[in-house]
Write a protein of this length. Structure first.
Length: 73
């Protein structure tokens, strides 16, 4: 589905079509989580448990960068 970036006040935003909101069971005011994957950015419904897990993973990747680099070799 092709979406267009538009101006929203002093920011930029993407308008999600009504049919997409319905399929994702979202309403105005709900939160989304953007995940960066090798294939691009994935938008998913906001899950506080997933958000907490992602924060831990990002912290580990930041703090143990050299160890992870060695493991990747």
């Amino acid at each position: 589905m092709k979406l267009k970036i538009t101006t929203v006040g002093n920011s930029a935003g993407v308008i999600l079509p009504k049919e997409l909101l319905t399929r994702m069971r979202l309403e105005k005011g709900d939160e989304l989580y953007a995940l960066e994957t090798p294939g691009g950015i994935v938008l998913t419904t906001y899950d506080p448990e997933l958000a907490a897990q992602m924060e831990v993973a990002e912290r580990v990747m930041r703090e143990d960068r050299q160890v992870l680099h060695k493991l990747a070799q």
